[in-house]
Design a protein around this ligand. Structure first.
Ligand code: AMP
Length: 218
């Protein structure tokens, strides 16, 4: 099953994508994670991406599109994949459509995580991410067993710079302007399903698994 997770910052797309990827045994492709990885390597592309990411702006389409194209062509995508955080602009959605046609793939489902600003701010201000494996925690909702340390690999946890409140507000306004138009784009395509991003991970997961069965996607 090929699916896209769409929604504002702090909608829980990444957390849910990790759970679904394990359950369905398909790869989780997060453009945010791939870009952070590029930034940490300090390559020219990484340096350029960082300028946008720290401000809560979108990285230019051209840079992201190339990364996604290469990934989708790679091995391990045969049984499907979960795209998290891509597409984020109409241009990216059109490119995805073209790439799918070339690779004889189709987009089965777009899950729109409708989420309140309150939920988003609470999640992002408390979110802690592992420097090593990218594992996600929350100081109140998903606390690590040992403070500041990842449960999975023991790596150090950090608060993303772009999760600070002022940047979260900027990310929301960028989302409203550039990404929200994708909701009607995919509604018109007929493959958008709206779910609540305000629910906790397990509750939403049960709803999603039921939806996949109902639509004969698993
Ligand atoms: P995320 O981890 O999905 O919240 O993404 C973190 C940041 O990476 C975003 O605020 C953007 O700066 C950048 N980013 C991630 N995905 C994309 C994308 N599809 N298009 C442009 N920028 C992106």
């Amino acid at each position: 099953m090929n699916m896209v997770l769409l929604g504002p910052p702090g909608a829980g797309k990444g957390t849910q994508a990790k759970v679904l990827a394990k359950e369905l045994n398909i790869p989780h492709i997060s453009t945010g994670d791939m870009l952070r990885d590029t930034v940490s390597k300090g390559t020219p592309l990484g340096k350029k991406a960082k300028e946008y990411m720290v401000k809560g702006e979108l990285v230019p389409d051209g840079l992201v599109i190339e990364i996604v194209k290469e990934t989708l062509k790679g091995a391990g995508m045969e049984r499907g994949f979960i795209l998290d955080g891509f597409p984020r602009t109409l241009e990216q959605a059109k490119m995805l459509h073209e790439t799918f046609s070339k690779l004889s793939k189709k987009l089965d489902l777009v899950l729109y995580f409708k989420t309140s600003l309150d939920t988003s701010v609470t999640r992002l201000s408390g979110r802690r991410v592992c420097k090593n494996c990218g594992g996600n925690f929350h100081i109140k909702n998903i606390p690590p067993k040992e403070e500041g340390k990842c449960d999975h690999c023991g790596g150090g946890l950090y608060h993303r710079k772009d999760d600070e409140e002022a940047t979260v507000k900027r990310r929301w306004s960028v989302y409203a302007k550039k990404t929200e138009p994708l909701i009607s784009y995919y509604k018109d395509e007929g493959n958008l399903r709206e779910v609540s991003g305000d629910l906790d991970v397990d509750e939403l997961n049960k709803i999603l698994i039921a939806l996949f069965h109902k639509e004969n996607l698993v």
